[in-house]
Each structure stands twice: as structure tokens, then as C-alpha cells.
Ligand binder design. Structure first.
Ligand code: PGA
Length: 253
């Protein structure tokens, strides 16, 4: 099964509208002609519209960093799937560890967000990953198992096709401490096995699993060489066109 590699940039709470437009202009230039890889950028909400205008006609896809599960109403500060679709989003990141850590997201709220986003026609980057403490206590696989089971609860095989899993060990995010290719592959293989158990071999082979956590142009190649690593969710290194395009062009490194 050949899975198209998928590299996405998570800009987090960075970039004013002007900075976002400048970055994406540069990306359009540095990424022109790249083939055989899907690329998405996730600017902050305020820059989505401006970035969408800039990437129109290019192969860069737009992603949002979060979404609420209700369609509209009295939910101050939240954004719905419908709103994200309207502004041109193709993808949405759900369940990022920073959302879980700082904003009280749980496996249950992650699951509700995923369900509505898919129903509304968005594709989802579903983030999972263990903390350092959990890893040190030998709980990595049980944490991943719970996150996958609860997060994807109630999704049928057709809905699952709208999901990309992003394995992001919390201890590797923004720390400069990447998981080794072997460490990442071990969890990716486990996730694929879990998907096979929950769905089927065919579906588990179709689903892409990105790695995230201090991905750089220096380590991307080793990660991508692993059979179950199908792409990357890039934070820090996605804020500069030079490093992000090198990561996207990992085959040329
Ligand atoms: P990082 O972030 O690349 O800065 O470690 C990755 C992420 O949080 O998605």
C-alpha cells in the first residue's frame, strides 16, 4: 500500500496576518513543482482567510488548529466546522497535546470534535501521544490505546478515511528532543495494528500516521524512511519557509 506522504505545518499561536501572508508567499515559491507529497499549513484563525487567498491555485492546503463540536450558538470564543469550511479549510488539527495540557481537552471532547468535523466534511489530523512521565512508567502503549479507542469511538470505516493520525510524544514537542526513528516507528506500528483490530487490515493500511515533535530538515529523512511513518506535523520548523520546504522536500536531502 503506497500512502502519499503528508507534511503539515502547525503554526500554533504565531504570525500576524501580515507575517502569515509573507510566509505563505515564500512557501509558494519554494514549494512550487514539488510532487508526491501533500502539504498543509495551519495558521492561527485570524490569518486563515488571508492565507487562503494567497494559496489559491497552489497545491498547499489550509488547516485550522482546533474546532468546536456545535454548529453555532452561545459558545463564546469557539469556532465551528461550518465556519472553517467557509473560510477554505480542508483539514483541522484536533486533540493537540497543548489543547489537552493547557485547555482541558479530554479524549471525550476530542472525540466529539472529530465526529462533528468529519460530518461537516473537514479532514482531521488527530493528535495522540504520551507524556515523559507516562513513557518512563512504561505506559506509552496503554495511553496510545486509550487515546485511539476513545478518540475514534463511534466512527465507521468510511469516516475513518477522513482521519490522519499524528503521533506526537509530548516530551518531544518543542524540546529539540526528537523521538528516534525506531522509537517513533514502534508506536506507529502499534497504532496501525490497533486500527486493524478496530477496523480492518485494508483500512489500517490506508490511514496515514504522521510523526510530530521537533521535526527538522536534519531528522526528517530518517523518520520518513520508516515503513509506518507517513509524514510529519511540524511546529517550530514550519515557521520559516526555508526549513519547512526542506522538510517537504525530504527526498532531495
Ligand atoms: P515542534 O511542534 O515541531 O515545535 O516540536 C510539533 C507540534 O506540536 O505539532
Amino acid at each position: 500500500m503506497v500512502r502519499l506522504p503528508f507534511i503539515a505545518g502547525n503554526w500554533k499561536m504565531n504570525k500576524t496576518v501580515r507575517e502569515a501572508v509573507d510566509l505563505v508567499k515564500e512557501l509558494k515559491a519554494t514549494l512550487s513543482g514539488v510532487k508526491g507529497v501533500e502539504v498543509a499549513v495551519a495558521p492561527p484563525f485570524t490569518a486563515l482567510d488571508a492565507v487562503r487567498r494567497e494559496i489559491e491555485g497552489s497545491s498547499i492546503l489550509l488547516a485550522a488548529q482546533n474546532v468546536y463540536w456545535e454548529e453555532k450558538g452561545a459558545f463564546t470564543g469557539e469556532i465551528s466546522s461550518l465556519m472553517l469550511k467557509e473560510v477554505g479549510c480542508h483539514y483541522v488539527i484536533i486533540g493537540h497535546s497543548e489543547r489537552r495540557q493547557f485547555f482541558g481537552e479530554t479524549d471525550e471532547t476530542v472525540s466529539r470534535r472529530i465526529k462533528t468535523a468529519l460530518t461537516q466534511g473537514l479532514k482531521v489530523m488527530f493528535c495522540i501521544g504520551e507524556t515523559l512521565k507516562e513513557r518512563e512508567e512504561g505506559k506509552t502503549f496503554s495511553v496510545i490505546e486509550r487515546q485511539v479507542e476513545v478518540g475514534l469511538k463511534g466512527l465507521g470505516p468510511q469516516e475513518l478515511r477522513g482521519i490522519t493520525v499524528a503521533y506526537e510524544p509530548v516530551w518531544a514537542i518543542g524540546t529539540g528532543k526528537t523521538a528516534t526513528p525506531d522509537q517513533a516507528e514502534e508506536v506507529h506500528r502499534y497504532v496501525r495494528g490497533k486500527l486493524e483490530g478496530l477496523y480492518s487490515k485494508i483500512i489500517s493500511e490506508e490511514i496515514r500516521i504522521q510523526y510530530g515533535g521537533s521535526v527538522t530538515p536534519e531528522n526528517i529523512k530518517g523518520l520518513m524512511a520508516q515503513p509506518n511513518i507517513d509524514g510529519a506535523l511540524v511546529g517550530g520548523a514550519s515557521l520559516k519557509a526555508e526549513s519547512f520546504s526542506k522538510i517537504v522536500r525530504f527526498r532531495e536531502l
